[in-house]
Design a protein around this ligand. Structure first.
Ligand code: BG6
Length: 488
């Protein structure tokens, strides 16, 4: 990896992702002095705008989505890097301007924060003005396709002009501090490294709950559903990091090779087992954090007969030596009581209880990895209640060893995932980006579930907004004498 200057070209600079995440992240990187002094940032969009107007837009975005009180020094430095060009991204002729605005001697990063349907047009446009060489990096946002076949079409379009080593596919969960910490926790601590398999672990739960609904994105969301929006990418990436074998090194392909093996080992879910292993839900009207909210079918622009799922629970199994017989329960939904993402590792119970009646069987140890909010790591342990008793018996109590990031690292601001990922692209490190074969294996597994759902006459089970999903989700675990971890 090297800290060198680049031309950072942001296609779709006026879009929602750029406004909310990318421009504020560039500002934060600037503040932390993590952008090379000679790097330039070039916004690209359809709108006609002068450079000054663009700069004013960027400033107002930062004030809205990042620092209300913009930091003067940082802004002065960032401003000097900014430029804007108007491009009709579907028109090859419009790319001619790149000849003069980018420096062929420098690394160029093309961030495509546009709908994937025009990725091919943009690549072709860049190619037509002869500026693609091996130093150019291209960053792709999700969704990469709607299923395996359409993802192949998009990847083929891009790979006509770029090698895999130049392509950075974003899954922003891979930039979250606590998701990255999964690698540190697992491989820097022998207590976890040696207990991380079917001998010691009973089951794993991965929950990504959101309190928001679809945020006015009916058009996109109804076509995608929670499975494509969250499971195909974020949940399967977390699962891969939790379940993968130790990589040989931390380089990009060592990590991605191991994640891929997990995706390949996922037991297929199809019409033969879909009813036993999956639950789909759709939220109805209810209250979230005391606010009344409409049901999914009453959202603006809704098709009132939609069967799109806004909640998914899955019992996933990984058919390999390490994880034989250890279910991974995945759960994600919109309009749940609160926003919380957690990985919970349930260890096996002790084989014998020495401590008599107070506990028929000792509760299992749990490792709770809180991804967001209130980032941290917590282990539940059994502990003797201090003190004397007339019977001489030992009273036990469940206690928590708790590492809270906000307490342990109180001086450090937790950077947004996009800050980390933008930095990694500029450094040329692909480890936190998803390789094509990972995307395709994830789609393969997800497609089979979606296909099986299509054959079912049952619509998704309704759940009231502000609850933890449909009743069947509780049943998915209850029938195996387990229950979902209750977040605080
Ligand atoms: C996005 C999904 O990828 O992730 C959204 O498209 C979802 O629907 C979002 O709300 C959740 O991300 P985060 O970082 O807020 O957990």
């Amino acid at each position: 990896n090297s800290f060198e200057p680049c031309d950072f070209v942001l296609f779709g600079t006026m879009g929602d992702l750029s406004r909310r995440k990318l421009l504020p992240s560039l500002y934060q990187l600037e503040k932390a002095q993590l952008i090379h002094p000679d790097t330039r940032i070039l916004g690209v969009a359809r709108q006609q705008m002068t450079k000054d107007e663009y700069i004013a837009e960027v400033k107002s975005n930062i004030e809205k989505f990042s620092d209300k009180e913009i930091c003067g020094d940082t802004w002065v430095r960032l401003c000097e890097r900014l430029d804007y060009i108007q491009v009709d991204m579907k028109d090859e002729a419009s790319y001619k301007q790149f000849d003069t605005v980018v420096d062929p001697e420098r690394v160029m990063v093309c961030y495509l924060a546009t709908p994937p349907a025009i990725y091919g047009d943009i690549c072709r446009g860049l190619h037509s003005c002869n500026i693609i060489d091996s130093s150019v990096r291209v960053v792709l946002e999700k969704p990469i396709g709607h299923d395996l076949d359409s993802s192949k079409v998009i990847n083929d379009q891009v790979s006509e002009y770029f090698n895999e080593s130049q392509i950075y596919r974003i899954d922003h969960y891979l930039g979250k501090e606590t998701v990255l910490n999964l690698i540190a926790l697992r491989f820097a601590n022998s207590i976890f490294a040696t207990n991380w398999d079917h001998n010691c672990i009973d089951h794993v739960q991965i929950s990504v709950a959101e309190s928001v609904g679809i945020e006015g994105r009916w058009g996109y969301f109804d076509d995608a559903g929670q499975m494509r929006d969250m499971v195909q990418n974020h949940l399967l990436q977390i699962l891969s990091l939790v379940a993968m074998e130790p990589p040989a090194t931390l380089d990009a392909d060592s990590i991605r090779d191991e994640k891929l093996k997990v995706l390949k080992a996922l037991r297929p879910i199809n019409t033969s087992n879909v009813n036993d292993t999956t639950v789909r839900g759709q939220y109805s009207a209810g209250f979230v954090k005391g606010q009344e909210v409409p049901g999914y079918l009453e959202e603006e622009d809704a098709n009132t007969r939609s069967k799109t799922e806004t909640f998914v629970a899955i019992k996933a199994e990984i058919d390999n030596w390490r994880w034989a017989g250890v279910p991974f329960y995945l759960r994600t939904g919109k309009r749940m009581p609160t926003k919380v993402s957690e990985v919970v590792i349930y260890f096996k119970r002790q084989p014998h209880n020495l401590f008599g009646d107070s506990f028929n069987s000792l509760p299992p140890n749990k490792l709770v990895i809180r991804l967001q909010p209130d980032e941290g790591v917590e282990i539940t342990v059994m502990n003797k209640v201090p003190g004397l008793t007339s019977s001489g018996s030992m009273d036990l109590q469940k206690s928590k060893l708790n590492l809270s990031f906000s307490e342990a690292f109180s001086d450090d601001r937790i950077p947004d995932a996009y800050e980390k990922l933008l930095l990694e692209v500029m450094l040329g490190n692909q480890a936190l980006f998803v390789r094509r074969d990972e995307v395709e294996h994830a789609w393969n597994w997800v497609d089979s579930i979606l296909e099986a759902w299509k054959h079912s006459a049952e619509p998704p089970e309704p759940y009231q907004a502000g609850t933890w999903g449909p009743v069947a989700s509780i049943g998915l675990l209850a029938r195996e004498n387990r229950s979902w971890y209750e977040s605080k």
